[in-house]
Design a protein around this ligand. Structure first.
Ligand code: 13P
Length: 249
């Protein structure tokens, strides 16, 4: 059985006091589903979040990391630094990193290698732009993003990889992929994995959906056979909304 996962990507939101307030609210929530729950605060608040939640069911994860071990990379954070504050999972390849910080499939492949080398788990994000969807090129784009960043890996590496399909046109726009669009793409992604690595890998990897996922639509999206959870932006900043999504399984 594949893992069901709901991860909150807080993006560049919440200072120290706001983080503490949201952590307190999260601890008051009741979980009725079996989903694994993760939250990704900003780098500055990771240690505080880890310390606060270390005896809870919520895993604290990072939004990004650099591929180098250490050195002259002003402003960057390494896998070892994350691990030293209790973080064992990192989001890589988010569309905002690709768009605003020039992350490419090639640089992401290096980050993937660095994270795996340090035995970290990865939530690897990808997704097409609106123009790709309109021109019917969305499957090609997604297949290329996965192939270029991940298909140099051995099959065993996929034990530590979670995929997150986030159509760029659905992120922060209020426009969600329909349950059918999500299922079709997730099935395509699983088939792409199967073609390359076989059915054991394809059936093992959890594929999350991200993009305007909220309490009102989570159940319908998660009910699809190839959707194994969600990567949640805006709705993860409110504890009740986030747990309504966690409990939508
Ligand atoms: P929204 O849920 O705000 O659309 O963001 C999705 C996302 O980018 C999660 O990584």
């Amino acid at each position: 059985m594949r893992k069901q996962i709901v991860a909150g990507n807080w993006k560049m939101n919440n200072d120290l006091a706001q983080t503490q307030a949201l952590l307190t609210d999260l601890q008051k929530q009741t979980q009725t589903s079996n989903a694994e729950v993760m939250i990704a605060p900003a780098f500055t608040n990771l240690y505080q979040a880890f310390e606060t939640l270390k005896h809870s069911n919520i895993e604290v994860i990072a939004q990004n990391m650099h591929f180098a071990e250490s050195g002259a990379y002003t402003g960057e954070v390494s896998a070892n630094m994350l691990k030293s504050v209790g973080i064992n999972t990192v989001i890589l390849g988010h569309s905002e990193r690709r768009e605003y910080f020039n992350e490419t499939d090639e640089s992401l492949a290096k980050k993937v290698d660095a994270a795996l080398e340090k035995e970290m788990q990865i939530i690897f994000c990808f997704g097409e732009q609106l123009a790709d969807r309109k021109s019917g090129n969305h499957e090609n784009i997604v297949e290329g993003q996965i192939r270029k960043a991940l298909f140099h890996l051995e099959a065993s590496s996929f034990q530590n990889i979670i995929l997150a399909y986030e159509p760029v046109w659905a992120i922060g726009t209020g426009e969600t992929a329909t349950p059918e669009q999500a299922q079709d793409m997730h099935a395509f992604i699983r088939q792409t994995l199967e073609d390359k690595y076989g059915s054991d890998v394809a059936n093992l990897v959890s594929i999350l959906y991200g993009g305007s996922c909220k309490p009102s639509n989570a159940k319908e999206i998660f009910s699809n056979p190839d959707v194994d959870g969600g990567l949640i932006g805006g709705a993860s900043l409110n504890a009740e909304d986030f747990y309504a999504i966690v409990n939508a399984f």
